[in-house]
Write a protein that binds this ligand. Structure first.
Ligand SMILES: Cc1cc2nc3c(=O)[nH]c(=O)nc-3n(C[C@H](O)[C@H](O)[C@H](O)COP(=O)(O)O)c2cc1C
Length: 198
């Protein structure tokens, strides 16, 4: 069974980004995929300390919850990440998470032994949601995700950026928004499955 790793970064459980993520994952489950949801706000981990110990073998020496994440990422077949927009970008929890893949940057670019091979079938999708209508806030977040996906050898399959949702249940109350996330999930899974033959 194929595995989708779903990363929720909001501190609001079942808030707007997580509601969209759940719809996306529901579509994956309906297509026969196994979904593992991780909430990084509940994890205990430090930001990257820039110690560069990972330069020698691509492994992070910090002993915290991130150590469980690296194998999950390797063992998944695809990745979806959801974030609220905060101060015009993705949130702090997610940025901290991304920075902890500096070890994978060394593995890929310096040591030439990436933990995930660079193959077209390994894909990722990004969901973000903000309160304001300003498009560039989501664009900032998407740019960071694109850089991250290059680092971890995931092809960026696309994003769903919704604006104008603020209170916690705003997305839950909007069937149209949930439908967009569900459809994005269906299309993403279809694309990943088709890419196996490429
Ligand atoms: C610290 C903080 C900063 C925020 N900054 C922005 C922002 O710059 N632009 C925006 O559109 N919304 C901003 N918001 C609003 C959230 O993006 C919005 O409430 C979103 O729906 C929250 O999603 P969630 O329920 O998944 O956490 C901010 C919210 C917080 C808590």
């Amino acid at each position: 069974m194929k595995k989708l790793l779903a990363v929720a970064s909001s501190p609001r459980r079942n808030g707007n980004s997580e509601t969209l993520l759940n719809e996306f994952c529901r579509a994956a489950e309906e297509s026969g995929w196994q979904v593992e949801l991780i909430r990084i706000n509940s994890m205990n981990f430090k930001p990257c300390q820039a110690c560069d110990a990972c330069a020698k073998d691509g492994r992070c020496i910090l002993k915290d919850d991130m150590q469980e994440i690296y194998p999950k990422m390797i063992n998944a077949d695809a990745l979806v990440i959801a974030s609220p927009v905060t101060f015009g970008s993705l949130n702090a929890q997610l940025k901290m998470f991304i920075d902890r893949f500096q070890c994978w940057w060394h593995a890929k670019f310096n040591l030439k032994t990436p933990f995930i091979p660079d193959q077209p079938r390994r894909r990722g999708f990004f969901i973000c949601v903000g309160a304001l209508e300003r498009e560039r806030y989501c664009e900032n977040a998407i740019e960071i995700i694109k850089v991250f996906f290059v680092n971890i050898n995931h092809k960026f399959s696309g994003s769903l950026a919704l604006r104008g949702y603020d209170e916690k249940k705003a997305v839950a109350k909007d069937p149209g928004a949930r439908e967009k996330a569900y459809r994005a999930g269906k299309e993403f899974i279809a694309e990943v499955e088709a890419s196996v033959d490429q």
